[in-house]
Every structure is written in structure tokens, then in C-alpha cells.
Design a protein around this ligand. Structure first.
Ligand SMILES: C[S@@+](CC[C@H](N)C(=O)[O-])C[C@H]1O[C@@H](n2cnc3c(N)ncnc32)[C@H](O)[C@@H]1O
Length: 249
């Protein structure tokens, strides 16, 4: 595994899980715009489309999908529009997010919706239960290297053979100057898209809550826990969208 994964950013004191849960509980209606997606993430509509299409190319006969940190459900709504004959499991800290996402995804699918209100570090995902697992702008809440390993390993084990795992999130770059350039690119884009007030809010949230890692760390970790193939779908400044495929046998 590459050694460039964890930066100084991780040594700063971050919000507690309870603080994060409580914040997102108030924000459910900010994560339900299916056209724009998350307006503070880069290329959100494109990333929703890429993950939905890639997952349905790899697992066209999926029966079970799990969305980690589902928020208001944009990613799972987009994906189940293409794969409606599935059971869906939603995982999130926030009860309001789970209620909002459940209601929206229920319209799309012929199967059932189950919810797990839990930290994805401690939740039990089961073994070989899912054809597809998604995690959109949420894994940056993992802190130590051990937590990343724990969660990727659980995800790999929870996938059926041939299943796929898709992430879109903020990433770090190992070189600090390049990392700064990439983050500045995001912040400049945000300032013109959503304005200075929202940009300042995002920066505050970033310092309080985010502990992202590099794309290479995540791709290497996917291989280390067992994924056969990794795929990069998109990268723009400090955002990447990518996946891992579990071997069929
Ligand atoms: C930025 S929102 C993204 C929501 C959605 N995935 C999307 O892309 O629209 C992050 C979500 O992750 C959830 N979350 C944060 N940390 C979590 C954790 N440790 N376990 C489970 N959910 C978590 C939050 O409650 C929130 O709903």
C-alpha cells in the first residue's frame, strides 16, 4: 500500500460522530435535488450519472444494493431508476436523512427498503449480501488508516462475487503544493457557482469534518482487501469518482 495516505490534516481535532449526526439531521432537504445533486461537490450530476451507469453495466442483474452515507438519497434514486428490481439497504447516521431517502427510493423499486441508522464503522453489513455498494461524499469522515482498512474490508466481504463498489469523494494529493492547487481549483469553482458565503461555510465544514485520503491510497486498499479490478470514472481538481470490482469466483 502506498504510504502517502494520511496527511497533517488528520491530526487536527475533528467533530464527533454525534456532532456530525446532529448537523446532517438538520440538512436532509439540502440533499434531494436530483438535477443538481450536491451543489458543493464538483460535477455532481455527472458523477451520479457515471456511477449509476457503470454500476448497471457491471451488475445489470443486481438484486440488492447498499448505499453508505445515503443522505437524502440522490445517488440511490439515480441508480434505482436504472435498476428498479432490487432491495435497497440505506446506511446513515441521521434518522432524517434515512427517512427522506427511504421515501424517495421506495417510489423507484419493486423490492423493499431497509435502513441502518449507524456509523458505517460499526454497522454490520453481512457477508455476500449485495451486488452493488455505493458511498458518495461520505467516506471522508473516516479518520485513521485502520478505519479505512476496516470499512473497505467489510464492504468487500458484504459484496457478492462479481459485485461492485463505487465511491465519489474529495481526495488529497500527496504533494502538498499540488494538493493546495487542486483544493484552490475546487474553492474557485465553488465561489463562482454558489457564492462566497457558501464557500466559507464549506471551508469551515472541511476543517471540522473532512479527513480525505489520496486516490492512490484508496485504489491500493481496494486491491489489498481483495478487489480484482479498480476503475477510475472521473477526476476533477480534488474530487474523484471510482470503483472496485470483486472477482466472480
Ligand atoms: C455530504 S452527505 C452526502 C449524502 C449523499 N451520499 C449524497 O451524495 O448526496 C454525507 C452523509 O454521510 C452521513 N455520514 C457521515 N458520517 C457517517 C458515518 N460515520 N456513518 C454513516 N453515515 C455517515 C451523513 O449523515 C450524511 O447524510
Amino acid at each position: 500500500m502506498t504510504n502517502d495516505s494520511i496527511t497533517n490534516n488528520n491530526t487536527m481535532k475533528k467533530s464527533s460522530v454525534e456532532e456530525i449526526r446532529s448537523k446532517f439531521d438538520q440538512l436532509a432537504d439540502q440533499y434531494t435535488n436530483i438535477e443538481k445533486g450536491q451543489d458543493t461537490a464538483l460535477d455532481s450530476p455527472l458523477c451520479m450519472e457515471l456511477i449509476s451507469k457503470a454500476a448497471s453495466i457491471y451488475n445489470p442483474n443486481a438484486h440488492a444494493i447498499m448505499d453508505l452515507g445515503c443522505g437524502g438519497g440522490n445517488y440511490i434514486v439515480k441508480l434505482t431508476a436504472l435498476l428498479p428490481n432490487v432491495d435497497v439497504t440505506l446506511v446513515d447516521l441521521s434518522e432524517n436523512m434515512l427517512k427522506t431517502a427511504s421515501k424517495r427510493v421506495n417510489y423507484n423499486i419493486s423490492g423493499k427498503v431497509s435502513t441502518i441508522q449507524s456509523d458505517f464503522r460499526s454497522a454490520n453489513f453481512g457477508i455476500e449480501k449485495f451486488d452493488i455498494i455505493t458511498a458518495a461524499t461520505t467516506l471522508h469522515h473516516l479518520r485513521s488508516k485502520d478505519e479505512w482498512i476496516l470499512v473497505f474490508d467489510k464492504i468487500y466481504k458484504a459484496l457478492k462475487p462479481g459485485g461492485s463498489f463505487w465511491i465519489t469523494d474529495v481526495i488529497l494529493h500527496a504533494n502538498p503544493r499540488l494538493d493546495e492547487l487542486m483544493h484552490q481549483g475546487w474553492f474557485n469553482t465553488l465561489e463562482s457557482n454558489v457564492g462566497i458565503e457558501k464557500l466559507n461555510w464549506v471551508k469551515e465544514q472541511y476543517h471540522k469534518e473532512y479527513t480525505p485520503v489520496t486516490l492512490n491510497f484508496q485504489l491500493d486498499l481496494m486491491k489489498e482487501v481483495g478487489f480484482k479490478e479498480t476503475i477510475i470514472l472521473h477526476k476533477h481538481f480534488c474530487f474523484a469518482t471510482f470503483g472496485g470490482i470483486k472477482d466472480k469466483n
